[in-house]
Design a protein around this ligand. Sequence first.
Ligand SMILES: [Zn+2]
Length: 150
Amino acid sequence: MMASHVCPICRWLNGTDHLAGGILTETDHFYVFHRQLVPAPVIGWLIIAPKEHLITQTEIPETWQEELTRLQFRLTQLLEKTTRPERVYWVLFSEEVRHIHFHLIPRQESMPEEKRGPAIFSWKPEDGAGRLEIEGFCDFFRQQAKSAGL
Ligand SMILES: [Zn+2]
């Protein structure tokens, strides 16, 4: 089990480490931020994580489930509007980082077929987005989320 002081998600969320793009939106129990991989293979690749260091899906109380589902739905709507993806992936692994987190990935039509589905996790395109581009998207998305009442 990874203790919270060495957990990268906790370190981003509590300000110990710099979180590129910052918090995009939050609910009572969850934060949303951009995936921190730079260069980014996909602009708009979002992470939803509980504010607490929970490590299994069943540690998320049942009373939070509706909040999580609604957040996922609203973010998917917003990704569809802002990034025009062909599909939006909703993925849970939490293998490398145990702090439970959900990936919301706008998969564009232009993405190579062999990198679709789970293979998108090993996709490292040479023209991936740099930190400035990620931060620019995050500023835009945060504004959009605010306008949408998220
Ligand atoms: Zn954590």
